[in-house]
Design a binder for this molecule. Structure first.
Ligand SMILES: Cc1cc2nc3c(=O)[nH]c(=O)nc-3n(C[C@H](O)[C@H](O)[C@H](O)COP(=O)(O)OP(=O)(O)OC[C@H]3O[C@@H](n4cnc5c(N)ncnc54)[C@H](O)[C@@H]3O)c2cc1C
Length: 493
């Protein structure tokens, strides 16, 4: 029997455990520091509300389906998905409201979308389809993890053309779209990977294509039900799960990890370690690499942004809201500069607001609404991202903006509140500086590639989750857990 330890039971770790459990000669131990599995896919029951503390947008269900199919099961028997329409409602400071409909064709019928806008959107969609085809080949199917590996599959000229190599995400959008509102909307798809559209490679424009092609979903009964469904599958497989247990350190021998030491005092001998803990924190905290050794890694694979996650229960409903809403900054570029370059809290942030009770009234008391507010903000710089006073001022700016933009008397109607800042996110999940999506997709730093799955320091150490390829967000981390299989198999042969 080969002993495989998985460090962390987030979606990446759970997916790796489920995938590796196909091999009857593997014994898998999944170790999670928190009481729950699912990692950032987490939930808080409070004052009669069920607050999803992590993801709210579910895309590409096929990567979840395959986890069940590989064991001869049907995902529908474990958790169900409900489609969400419109996909997003977008509010602008000048009073304009534009829906992002659940089909591209639906955009044609919107009164504030002209024939020219629709034609441009169609051309943009064709462009995003090409970017998806490229990424699907390179990253999802062939699993290239560097530009050198990409060259095994595509010629330099084809990479140049098919990935729109020379442009940023924003540059790619502006090539096709002239309506300034639609430019902001398309740029904000970068939310899904917590990066900056003015620095991210143009290939990130595959995101609108993915959403229109594969849909945007809600998990019946709350997002956390997806984790419950995966936990049920895990309980049916030969996987040992230890929650409330932290991996503290490892013993190394001749470029391999030979055992891991846990917070309950026990030690496990290992043939391979799969870390769902992000790569940089793993090297810093667990294998304790010297700073100098991590210099290049840190420069190339900086953290994606963090978030100011304010969960509110309110004793009022706001009929103008859809399930997913965005309240845009007047100056979107300035907002991203504040997050990624100036390390400042914006006076006028772009606010993502999710109101899940629009789809699922069971998540709170009747006549109430869950308003989860998530502007992206900078990660920690040292021990903290911002001070309590700065967070208080920021919260005021957000609530004032939302009231000004139509959520009348929001503050007066708050009956339940829970705030998660980068500091809390870091402590809870040990993410790099409180990042919520792993590694930033940055054209100059990494061309959108993340830390490779196979460690360059230890022969039997592998990574899954948001810090490795294909990247952050639920479907990608679940895919990383499936992709790691071939690397583990190769190393154990
Ligand atoms: C507020 C918020 C909103 C988001 N919104 C969306 C969204 O709408 N859609 C979307 O697709 N994605 C969203 N994301 C991102 C998404 O949640 C993540 O990309 C994904 O869940 C990360 O999964 P993971 O497995 O990589 O990491 P994690 O979920 O962080 O899992 C890592 C696990 O490892 C554990 N761990 C770490 N170190 C140790 C150790 N030493 N020993 C034992 N255990 C350890 C942690 O406790 C954690 O459980 C959001 C995230 C947040 C926080």
């Amino acid at each position: 029997m080969k002993e495989i330890v998985i460090v962390g039971g987030g979606l990446g770790g759970m997916s790796a455990a489920i995938t590796l459990a196909k091999h009857k000669d593997f014994h898998i131990t999944l170790i999670e520091k928190n009481p729950h599995l699912g990692g950032k896919l987490n939930v808080l029951e409070q004052d009669g509300f069920s607050f999803d503390l992590g993801p709210s947008i579910f895309t590409m269900p096929q990567y979840f389906d395959s986890l069940f199919e590989m064991h001869g099961k049907n995902r529908e028997d474990y958790f169900k998905l409900v489609s969400v329409a419109p996909h997003w409602r977008n509010f602008f400071e000048d009073g304009k409201v534009i829906d992002l409909t659940d089909t591209l064709e639906g955009m044609k019928d919107l009164e504030n979308i002209s024939d020219k806008d629709y034609q441009e959107l169609q051309d943009f969609y064709k462009y995003t389809e090409k970017l998806y085809d490229f990424t699907n080949d390179i990253l999802f199917k062939n699993q290239a993890e560097t530009i050198l590996q990409t060259l095994k599959y595509y010629s330099p000229l084809k990479i140049f053309k098919d990935s729109d190599y020379i442009r940023t995400m924003d540059g790619g959008i502006r090539k096709y779209i002239s309506n300034p509102y639609l430019i902001d909307i398309m740029n904000y798809f970068i939310k899904y990977v917590g990066s900056n559209p003015y620095d991210a490679p143009a290939v990130m424009n595959l995101l609108p294509y993915i959403q229109w092609k594969f849909g945007l979903w809600y998990v019946e009964g709350g997002m956390y039900q997806a984790s419950i469904g995966m936990q049920k599958l895990i309980s049916e497989l030969n996987i040992t799960v230890k929650t409330n247990t932290e991996v503290l350190t490892v013993k190394k021998q001749k470029g391999k990890i030979v055992s891991v030491t846990l917070s309950d005092g026990s030690m496990l001998n290992v043939d391979a370690v799969v870390s769902n803990m992000e790569a940089i924190p793993f090297y810093e905290k667990i294998t304790k690499e010297p700073d100098q050794k991590l210099k290049i890694l840190k420069k190339k694979y900086g953290p994606a942004c963090s978030g100011f996650a304010l969960h509110l229960g309110v004793d009022k409903t706001y009929p103008q809201l859809a399930h997913h809403n965005f309240f845009f900054s007047e100056d979107l570029k300035q907002n991203f500069e504040n997050i990624f370059k100036k390390h400042k809290l914006s006076g006028d942030p772009t606010i993502y607001l999710v109101a899940p009770m629009k789809t699922d009234p069971s998540q709170g008391p009747e006549g109430h609404e869950i308003i989860k507010i998530l502007p992206h903000i900078s990660v920690m710089n040292g021990d903290q991202a911002f001070t309590k006073e700065e967070y208080d001022q920021f919260e005021e700016a957000i609530l004032t903006k939302l009231e000004r933009m139509g959520l009348t008397d929001l503050r007066k109607h708050i009956v339940s509140k829970e705030l998660w800042t980068p500091e809390i996110i870091q402590q809870k999940y040990y993410s790099n500086k409180g990042s919520i999506y792993g590694v930033e997709a940055n054209r100059k730093m990494n061309l959108g590639f993340k830390v490779p799955k196979t460690s360059t320091f230890y022969d039997n150490l592998f990574f899954v989750g948001g810090s490795t390829n294909p990247g952050g967000g639920m479907p990608m981390v679940v895919l990383s857990g499936q992709q790691v299989e071939k690397h583990v198999l190769r190393s154990l042969k």
